[in-house]
Design a protein around this ligand. Sequence first.
Ligand code: NAD
Length: 259
Amino acid sequence: MSQPLTTSLRGKRGLVVGIANDSSIAAGCARAFAAQGATLAATYLNEKALPHVRPVTDALGCELLLPCDVSVAGQLEAVFEKVRATWGRLDFLLHAIAFAPAADLHGRVVDCSAAGFGLAMDVSCHSFLRMARLAEPLMPDGGCLLTVTFYGSERVVANYNLMGPVKAALESAVRYTAAELGPKQIRAHAISPGPISTRAASGIAHFDALLVAEAAAAPEHQLVDIEDVGALAAFLVSDGARHITGTIIPVDSGQHLLA
Ligand code: NAD
C-alpha cells in the first residue's frame, strides 16, 4: 500500500527573501515553514534593515542570514553560493520582494518613466527569474519556487498603478518557469493575497481605503493576514503539492470571484 503524501517540511531546506520586519508576508511564510520543520536561510536588504530582520530569523533558528539587495551586482549570486557551500542543495525558495520608485508608483501608468518601469520590473519580476536560474542547479531532485502577486495584475485597482503591469509580468514569468523547469520536477507558483498592512503596502496611496473596501466587498467579509499566506506557502512547497505547478493562487476571502 502506498504511503500518504506528507505536508511536513522536515528535512527540507528553504531560502526566504523578503523579510523586512515581523509584519512582512515573508515573515508569516517563514514561520509556517519552520513550524512544519523546515531548515531556513533568509536575507536582509541592508544594514539599516538588519535590526528589524534578525529578531524574526533568530526566533526561527535560521541557519543563514545573508545580505541581499537584488539591484546590487553580485549580492544575489553570493547568497546562492553560500547556500551551495553550506547545504549543497535547496528544496524551496520564497521570493517576496517588490519595489517601484514613489514618483512612478504614484502617477498614472501611462506617465511612468522608462527608468522607473525598468527598476520596478528588475527588482519585482526579473529577480524571480534570476532566483529560479540560480536555484536550478541546487535542486537536482526537484523543488519549489514561490513568489507573491496581487490581483491588481488582472484588474485595475485604484492606486496600484505601475505595479499592475509589473505583477502581470511576474505571473507570466511563473507560468513559463513552471513549464521550463517542470521536466526537472521544479515547480513554481505565485500566491495572490488580498491587501495586508505591511511596509511595502504603505507605499500604495490610500491603502487604508483599499483595506476597508476589501473587507466590505470580499465574500467572507474578512481580511487575510500573513499567517493565512504562510499556511498556503507551506503546503505548496511540501510533497503533498508535488504535482501542482504553475498556478496563481488567491488567498483573498473570495475577492477574486467578484466582477
Ligand atoms: P514588506 O515591505 O514587508 O516586504 C517587501 C520586501 O521587499 C522587503 O523585505 C524589502 O527589503 C524587499 N525589497 C525591496 N527592494 C529590494 C531589493 N532591491 N532587493 C531585495 N529585496 C528588496 O511588504 P510585503 O507586503 O510583505 O511584500 C512582499 C511581497 O508581497 C511583495 O512582492 C508585494 O508586492 C506582495 N504583496 C503584498 C500585498 C500586501 O497587501 N501587503 C498583497 C499582495 C502581494
